[in-house]
Write a protein that binds this ligand. Sequence first.
Ligand code: GLC
Length: 490
Amino acid sequence: MKILFASAEVNPFLKVGGLGDVAGSLPKYLAKIGEDVRIVMPKYEAIKSEQYSLKLVSKDIPVEIGDDKELINIYQTLLPGTKVIVYLIENKKYISQGDIYGINDEFKLIQRFLFFSKAILEIPFVLNYFPDIFHVNDWHTASLCLFLRLDKRYKEKPKVLFTIHNLAMQGKWNWQEVMNFLRLNGDEVFSLKEKTPGQFGLDFNIIQQGILLADFINTVSPNYALEILSKPYFSRGLQEYFLKRKQDFCGILNGLDYDVFNPQTDPFIPYHYSVKNIKNKKKNVFFLKQKLGLSENRKRPVFGIVSRLTFQKGIDLILKVIDKIVLLGDVVVLGKGERELENLLKKAEKKHSGKVKVFIEFNPKLAQEIYAGSNFFLIPSKFEPCGLSQMIAMRYGSCPIARAVGGLKDTIKPLRIRSLFLGLKTIQGTGIIFRGYTPNKFIKALNYGFNCFQNKHIWGKVVKKMMSQDFSWCKSAKEYQKLYKRIITR
Ligand code: GLC
């Protein structure tokens, strides 16, 4: 099958979060199982041609949007370490200025991705690559569904799979302003007339459009798909549209790129290790403690956090209990996000000097040192479509303490240690999960983890158990393959 995979972020070219990780790894595994998959992404200014050997393959192709006629250039390269072709679309006015989402004017951001989604439709004609299916991701590329419908050049329409990585960002703006920009009167496509209820008022909502117009919709874990269909908190105003498309909606768990996330080969960590050699895991913990000037007391575990610092991720809950956590062990935070959360974390670092370390930056090396050098990994998210960090943490033998939501629930089996006779114990599960979004529930989970950690014999087994789980893409890539086939042949 020919699949054109469209994303606003692709690792390693440019990424902000998990979307970029998925876009940079799923296509690679689809190619491994024989599919002709190519990627298309915006050519942001920050992506330098020399660094990624970009080749200009097509120049000055006109793209019309509303009254505007703009020219695009298309660059081509390979996804590093693979044979997967990547197209990057350049346009000064809409696409290329600044970084991914760093435009202050929100309507401009909407225009950027409307334009990008429309420009993708030029690729088949210009480069003679006609996909059987467009695989679009999140609101940034979902409006391709709409433009494809309106595009008269496509006699036989390719299918569209729309994957939702996060419903928190929907791409919405005043209906009339968007219609004016696109020079549509709203009657061209029936579903355009459907307005989202309540809080969205009369907004144009790109995710809603994608849900209504794509041939099939999926999200990134089975449990998040269930939550979306059953609880308004998770569907964020869009439940009725999901229910309408229930037959064409499912959840497929994300995988990890096992070539990248491998403690046996990871170039960023000082000591390589595997299930067979977890002694070196301890050396990484010691290394991190020394590097950051934390207590060298072995009984004090390291609690790691590598995350976008946004309200979704439960950083506020971490801040509420941080005075309690430092009684158990030390905290290391790495990430960037909302200014207010960044400042509060910095404040906590000052208050608990030597026990809390906060790095407000994007730092792939330190991230890996934290995965390898922490004993626990904190993910108390309010909602979590899939979450990748819990899977990375387990692979690196760091025990996730997470809320039972979305993909966290699908991937972490609750840790239970049961006493048998004669002091023997059995261990079940791979991490600690808690339900209620309250400091008390979180503290209980932290204490449970801390107590297990104190028993060296048991803890070694827990670490081995976590590290033996299989979160590779192999299984999920096959599920996507099956789904593409199903969509194309029906
Ligand atoms: C978003 C979600 C995260 C998911 C990722 C990749 O970042 O918040 O849960 O793992 O997308 O699908």
